[in-house]
Ligand binder design. Structure first.
Ligand code: ADP
Length: 295
């Protein structure tokens, strides 16, 4: 499978340019769409999911015209939106059964087996009789994945799925997501760099509706080799260093402040060469469009 997005643009009626000439090619596996809040991630996800129109551009899933053949796309799609509302008084099992029926699994036995298989997959079997309203954030997200998997989708979209999960829940969710990508295109939108470094074989950085980078995390990091330098400085000097250097990020470690800068050669002045990481790639890219304040 290949998803080919070309020249996609969208301006909302209030004048916000949410997508500006976005072009991306995605193949099977987990693709991370990484960008700060307001970058245009949900606008892009909703457009791919056939829930909103673009002003111009095209999206093809292999030979299928996504912007035109919406019904067919919806049959191939599993979608976990950012705001996933659930009916609070219904059990996980009843709700999955209901959605499976809506998605066309009409035979009772087949549907029963499918629901149990999905509950197992997302580790909710023992909670299957519990009302959805009593689920934790992580359980709701795992339930959301189960409903997205009904109908063997070839394209799965998960919009900011780890925001608000505690570290244990996030790990459990990572394990679940990491098994999805084999014969499917999975698009994971996120503002959390760790989501991409943990899960994604390919990714893009998007900011103010524009794609700033696309490639593999390893390539991205290799491209910064020998260009990241770090130094511990007093809090009061941040402004001064920001003026003089290309500041990528600020970090607190054991109460001390460290800055990381992008520099083409050893800047001296007490800076130490530091191995680059995906955060450096992310912050240095979005800093070309917006002011990044990590303090
Ligand atoms: P992200 O998912 O990366 O946070 P969004 O796609 O939600 O980004 O938003 C991109 C930009 O478009 C933001 O500036 C947001 O305020 C704006 N936006 C999103 N939806 C609408 C809408 N329905 N009408 C007007 N502006 C919108």
């Amino acid at each position: 499978m290949q998803l080919t997005i070309k020249g996609l643009s969208k301006t909302y009626s209030n004048g916000v340019k949410a997508l500006q000439d976005v072009s991306l090619t995605l193949t099977n596996g987990m693709f991370g769409l990484l960008g700060p809040n307001g970058a245009g991630k949900s606008s892009l996800m909703r457009t791919i999911a056939t829930l909103q129109e673009a002003d111009s551009g095209s999206i093809f899933l292999d030979g299928l015209d996504v912007l035109k053949e919406k019904t067919r796309v919806r049959q191939l799609l599993g979608y976990l939106p950012q705001e996933f509302g659930v009916y609070p008084r219904i059990s996980a099992e009843q709700m999955l059964d209901h959605i499976a029926r809506l998605k066309g699994v009409l035979q009772d036995g087949e549907r029963r087996d499918l629901v149990q298989e999905l509950l197992n997959k997302v580790n909710l079997s023992k909670d299957r009789k519990r009302k959805l309203g009593t689920f934790s954030g992580g359980m709701k997200q795992r339930f959301g994945i189960a409903q997205a998997l009904i109908g063997n989708p070839r394209l799965i979209i998960v919009d900011e799925p780890t925001a608000g999960l505690d570290p244990a829940e996030r790990n459990r969710f990572y394990n679940l997501l990491s098994h999805l990508g084999e014969n499917t295109i999975v698009i994971l939108s996120t503002h959390i760099v760790e989501d991409v470094s943990t899960l994604c074989s390919n990714f893009a950085i998007i900011c103010l509706g524009e794609v700033l980078y696309t490639g593999t995390p390893d390539e991205a990091i290799a491209g910064m080799e020998g260009r990241i330098y770090s130094k511990s400085i007093p809090f009061s000097s941040v402004g001064e260093y920001r003026e003089s250097y290309n500041l990528v990020s600020t970090q607190l470690k054991s109460g001390n402040l460290y800055i990381r800068i992008l520099h083409e050669y050893d800047p001296g002045n007490g800076f130490v060469a530091s191995p680059p990481n995906l955060e450096d790639v992310y912050f240095s890219n979005i800093a070309t469009r917006v002011r990044v304040d990590t303090l």
